[in-house]
Design a protein. Structure first.
Length: 154
């Protein structure tokens, strides 16, 4: 069963839902969790105002924020009685999805659990989908969770 669960976290409600589900699974199977946060410099620089560059100070702030996200997630997993470790990566080394898949191989994970925004149409086309890329290229099963559960028609 799933003994090594990789959980990408970014501080979003979607990622929090993925972490919560990974914790539940970990409690059922006695799994160890590895939380990964990728400092996504490219997305930050694209969303920054025109002419702004990502300086060393900004990168350090992004890394510090990522370390805090990892620490909070690890504390949640530890409070639930799970063994957990964390990894902080920079996206200059590759796309977020590629780094997550590479970590699943190197660690090696039995399962990847992550939240997805469930974008469709133009939003998915323009933003891309790290979750979709992970599903397509992961060497292990992937469990996707939306930020909120879809409602069933009445």
């Amino acid at each position: 069963m799933y003994q090594r669960i990789l959980v990408p976290v970014d501080g979003s409600p979607t990622a929090a839902r993925g972490l919560a589900e990974a914790i539940k699974l970990g409690q059922l199977t006695g799994a160890q969790l590895r939380l990964i946060h990728v400092v996504d410099e490219l997305s930050f620089s694209l969303s920054a105002s025109q002419g702004m560059t990502v300086t060393g100070d900004v990168l350090n702030l992004l890394r510090e924020a990522g370390a805090e996200i990892l620490a909070q997630g690890a504390a949640r997993a530890e409070a639930a009685g799970l063994a957990v470790d964390t990894v902080l990566k920079d996206s200059f080394a590759g796309r977020v999805s590629d780094l997550v898949v590479a970590e699943a191989v190197v660690w090696p994970a039995d399962l990847i659990v992550l939240g997805t925004h469930g974008r469709r149409g133009a939003g998915r086309l323009f933003m891309g989908s790290d979750a979709e890329t992970i599903v397509r290229s992961a060497p292990v099963p992937v469990l996707l969770l939306r930020a909120t559960a879809p409602t069933m028609p009445g």
